[in-house]
Write a protein that binds this ligand. Structure first.
Ligand code: ATP
Ligand code: MG
Ligand code: FE
Length: 352
């Protein structure tokens, strides 16, 4: 099926067009620059930016794919989770488009969409089930057990406080680096020693593991970096930026990879799928690949353009739902900022 997907859960206005498992276009307009001076995404600004960016993005995606609106078999949209106001813009647009074109509409889960991005990864064998999936982005850090993308996604654990990307952004700010912090810290860490400072690995003590084996916590790590910076200032010495950045990054990467591989081992699943904008982190990919290999686990990493928020992954998920015979969504859904990952499709119609 030819599907157009709309993604507006955060600061990226994403329009993607797929034909089945083939990617035809993936247009992304980001309002990131507008948020930079606030040090984080401002929901109201993001929502307005979506409203302005949507129509041009749809036009651009159609042109790039070389298809017309009337050729579409379905429209897909992110219903949640994400910023409520931002989601509402996409949901409203998708409903309007589907009704006016008289096409079926599929409302889907953003987090499951991140996993569906794998489907569009050219030249790779189809995703094998079950797989463990680690989603690390600015808003989420979740460990999932995926038995089937369209029917069975289980949440094993998630962050109890900050998301991993959020931790990168907050620590960058502590180090007087610009937003978004992930790439800045990656750069600053190049010449640093990852073992210079032993920063805490959240929820990794034996006493924590009993109840939080697959959960994450990054706020203690952030505080530890803040204390370190304060101590340098109090002592009147310059903050060793490269070492702090490298040691912080190592702590985040270590805990992400350790917990993901623990899930693979515990559940006997030798497959790990990575997704989300933090996957751009070179050290994370390096450590994940080498430790997984040692553990006999196969790692799949989609290209970065499909790891960060985009509409193609939303269209891909809807195409899978259509191919597996699912009914379209009714119009009885809205934006759900806290939609659980287990709800893959929202408001599926019950046939008479
Ligand atoms: P969500 O996907 O949860 O809705 P989001 O849209 O903010 O949230 P993404 O766009 O997937 O998330 O990722 C953005 C995050 O990725 C930011 O927090 C950014 O700092 C982080 N990031 C980007 N590049 C890197 C990098 N090289 N290393 C670490 N983090 C990075
Ligand atoms: Mg983003
Ligand atoms: Fe996302």
């Amino acid at each position: 099926p030819l599907v157009l997907g709309i993604e507006t859960s955060c600061d990226e206005t994403g329009i993607g067009i797929v034909r089945g498992r083939t990617l035809l276009s993936n247009t992304i307009a980001s309002s990131m620059d507008e948020h930079a001076r606030y040090g984080g995404v401002v929901p109201e600004v993001a929502a307005r930016a979506h409203l302005e960016a949507l129509q041009p993005a749809i036009d651009a995606a159609l042109a790039e794919a070389g298809v017309g609106l009337h050729e579409l078999d379905a429209v897909a949209v992110t219903s949640g989770p994400g910023l409520a106001g931002a989601l509402m813009v996409g949901v409203g647009a998708a409903k309007g488009l589907a009704v006016s074109l008289d096409k079926p509409l599929y409302a889907v889960n953003h987090l499951v969409g991140h996993i569906a991005a794998d489907i569009l990864t050219a030249d790779s064998a189809p995703l094998e089930y079950p797989t463990i999936a680690l989603l690390v982005s600015g808003g989420h850090t979740s460990l999932l057990h995926v038995r089937d993308l369209t029917t069975d996604v289980e949440l094993l654990g998630e962050t109890m406080d900050d998301a991993a990307g959020e931790a990168f952004d907050k620590v960058a700010r502590l180090l007087s680096l610009p937003y978004p912090g992930g790439p800045e810290i990656d750069r600053a860490a190049v010449d640093g020693d990852p073992d210079a400072i032993r920063f805490p690995r959240g929820l990794s003590r034996a006493s924590d593991l009993a109840a939080h084996r697959y959960d994450f916590s990054f706020s203690g790590l952030k505080t530890a970096v803040a204390r370190w910076v304060e101590r340098c200032e109090a002592d009147g010495v310059e903050v060793p930026l490269a070492d702090v950045a490298a040691s912080f990054r190592e702590a985040v990467v270590d805990v992400l990879v350790t917990k993901a591989l623990a899930a693979c081992a515990d559940l006997g699943v030798p497959r790990l799928l990575l997704g989300g904008g933090v996957i751009a982190n070179r050290r994370l990919r390096e450590v994940a690949l080498s430790r997984a290999e040692a553990a006999g686990v196969t790692v799949r990493i989609p290209p970065l353009s499909l790891c960060t928020d985009n509409g193609a992954m939303i269209a891909a998920l809807a195409a899978e739902l259509i191919s597996s015979g699912r009914h379209p969504s009714t119009l009885a859904f809205g934006a759900d900022s806290t939609l659980p990952v287990t709800e893959i499709q929202i408001a599926e119609a019950v046939p008479a």
